[in-house]
Design a protein around this ligand. Structure first.
Ligand code: SF4
Length: 172
């Protein structure tokens, strides 16, 4: 099954969310947090985006990243807060892994948190690559289930759920 970077993020965030998203219940365009994140992303890199066309750079590989700096061979993922840094890290590692699979070696990764003035460098080591392989296998397991986990089984804190685009679906 085709995996996306978003699915990698949801795997760490909530496995019920992962299932709903993978089964085309995509409500992200409705979610205010996603919109805010998009605005931050656009503001932070608007000048550079005019210089480098990310879409054409990576579309033949079939992945979409926030910003790819050709000069430093670095993928930048831009996030609002670091509250889910673990998910952000694995999403970025996944992009690096996919690029490597397509023969693009030596790519570096940086998580950018402009509002926090924080940057985190990410490196795809052999060990992390093996872990990633297991994560991908687990994602396939979750998404191939005929039904999602229940809200109770997902065990996500209510304050996290309240920011999720599936909140009304899960709690109505
Ligand atoms: S509302 Fe909570 S349980 Fe439902 S998909 Fe979102 S994070 Fe998971």
């Amino acid at each position: 099954m085709h995996i996306t970077g978003v699915q990698i993020g949801y795997y760490f965030h909530c496995k019920r969310q992962l299932w709903l998203f993978a089964h085309s219940l995509q409500m992200e365009q409705e979610n205010e947090n996603v919109k805010i994140g998009k605005v931050i992303s656009d503001d932070s890199y608007s000048r550079k985006k005019h210089e480098i066309d990310i879409e054409s750079e990576l579309e033949n590989i079939g992945i979409k990243v926030d910003f790819f700096d050709k000069q430093t061979n670095t993928i930048h993922e831009i996030k609002k807060t670091d509250s889910f840094e673990i998910a952000h890290k694995w999403q970025l590692l996944y992009y690096m892994y996919i690029l490597k699979q397509h023969g693009v070696n030596g790519v570096k990764g940086v998580l950018d948190y402009p509002r926090m003035k924080k940057k985190v460098e990410v490196e795809l080591t052999d060990e992390l690559e093996r872990e990633l392989y297991n994560i991908i296998s687990n994602i396939n397991q979750v998404t191939s289930n005929p039904v999602p986990l229940s809200v109770e089984e997902a065990k996500v804190k209510i304050n996290v759920c309240k920011k999720c685009s599936y909140y009304e679906l899960c709690y109505s």
